[in-house]
Unconditional design. Structure first.
Length: 427
């Protein structure tokens, strides 16, 4: 029996790993509007490093192949004979933290142009409850001319990809699934269950699945905000926050969160989606937004702590040479979306410092395009007045910090990965 063909719309950090996984058992067409991305992938290279090049090459097939495998394209007509359309595009916020649904809307328009009777469109992008059926489905209906839940159907299965994590890969993370009818829910669940070894959880409705996803990251955001506030309090008391958390962590039900900069395309964004929808219903979410405000303030706080540490050592602030270690939003990952290290850089720049950013993972061109910030992938061969470790890349563990420091220089370790004889202070 011939298996249904699957189209994956959006081949970024979420879409590509999913496409690669489905390609082991299905014929998969990966669609992306970025021609350079398509060329890169079809040459067997993934610049995001989410999929090993050898693994990617093992599933690539030609355009006319009838066997299982992955073919990537930016041509719409290549996906018109697919049965399942899985949309994995970004859902960011604007400068005022309001949800931006444009990528989702454009992707829905794209799929609507090729949608056929009995097709199923599955959304993976993080959204507020109701977005799939209230914002996306009407676009599918309008563009295709088909009737929802009569001619075509929808599903929602929120992505749980953890960028840079080579242990918790997509097939090893339990998948929440849902469908626009009970029958479609079962079909969506069966589809994912066929490749997700960790199993699936079929939610009763699409809205339940949407809500489950958005609270996952909101809960994490709030917990990190709590320990960030603890760090501010304990720093005033001259108590090492990490020592406190280590001691408290000996209790079986203490949650192991650590202070830090909260960025990225999920934790630093998703709470705003839930808050926006709550406000539409006339409810102002206090805890969710308070957590966001505190976490968004941590870049300036880190910069202020660096300045205080430098003053304590009589280091001249203006024109001081500062080395920032890490600009991506998390360790061992190339992703710079919504990185909060840029807040640290901006705050230190206000003091007239000379800042050098060293990050062997970050894409230099992407960083310059997104933030107007320059970075280097090569370790500078000079000495600095302050070294600020902001991201826990593995490469930073074995640096010769003595060779990088001027006589009175400080090392401020935001992530607390360096030994106490190397760091002067940590968050």
């Amino acid at each position: 029996m011939k298996k249904d063909k699957i189209a994956i719309i959006g081949l970024g950090y979420v879409g590509l790993p999913l496409a690669r996984l489905f390609a082991t058992k299905y014929s998969v067409i990966g669609f992306d509007i970025n021609f350079d991305r398509i060329s890169e992938l079809m040459s067997g290279v993934d610049s995001t490093l989410e999929v090993n090049n050898k693994t990617l090459q093992s599933v690539l097939v030609g355009e006319d192949s009838c066997s299982n495998g992955l073919f990537c394209t930016n041509q719409l007509d290549k996906i018109k004979d697919c049965k399942y359309y899985i949309i994995t595009v970004p859902t960011p916020v604007d400068k005022n933290n309001r949800p931006i649904l444009i990528p989702l809307i454009k992707a829905s328009e794209t799929v609507g142009e090729v949608l056929k009777k009995d097709d199923i469109v599955i959304y993976e992008s993080t959204v507020y409850p109701g977005a799939t059926e209230e914002d996306c489905v009407p676009i599918l209906e309008k563009v295709s001319g088909l009737k929802f839940n009569k001619d075509f159907f929808a599903g929602y299965s929120p992505e749980r990809i953890n960028p840079g994590d080579k242990e918790h890969t997509v097939e090893k993370i339990l998948k929440v699934t849902s469908g626009s009818t009970p029958e479609i829910g079962k079909k969506v669940d069966d589809l994912y269950r066929s490749v997700i070894t960790a199993g699936t959880h079929l939610a009763p409705t699409i809205k339940v699945a949407e809500a489950a996803k958005v609270i996952e990251n909101s809960q994490r955001d709030i917990n990190i905000a709590f320990v960030n506030e603890l760090a501010k309090i304990f720093n005033l008391m001259d108590i090492n926050t990490h020592d406190v958390l280590k001691a408290a962590g000996t209790k079986w039900n203490f949650l192991p969160f650590k202070p830090g900069l909260v960025g990225g395309h999920c934790i630093g964004v998703d709470p705003y989606y839930l808050a926006q929808k709550a406000q539409e219903y006339g409810y102002h979410p206090e805890i969710i937004l308070a957590g966001r405000r505190l976490n968004d303030s941590m870049g300036e706080y880190v910069a202020s702590q660096v300045i205080k540490a430098m003053i304590a050592k009589d280091i001249r602030i203006k024109d001081a040479k500062v080395l920032i270690l890490g600009i991506t939003f998390k360790e061992n990952c190339t992703d710079v979306r919504n990185t909060k290290v840029v807040d640290v850089v901006a705050a230190l720049n206000e003091y007239g410092m000379n800042i050098t950013i060293y990050d062997p993972w970050a894409n230099v061109d992407e960083l310059l395009h997104e933030y107007g910030i320059t970075s280097t992938q090569d370790l500078p061969q000079e000495k600095f007045d302050a070294i600020v470790l902001t991201v826990a890349h593995g490469e930073y563990q074995n640096l010769n910090y003595v060779a990088l420091k001027n006589e009175k220089a400080i090392v401020y370790d935001v992530k607390n990965i360096l030994s106490s004889d190397v760091q002067d202070k940590c968050l």
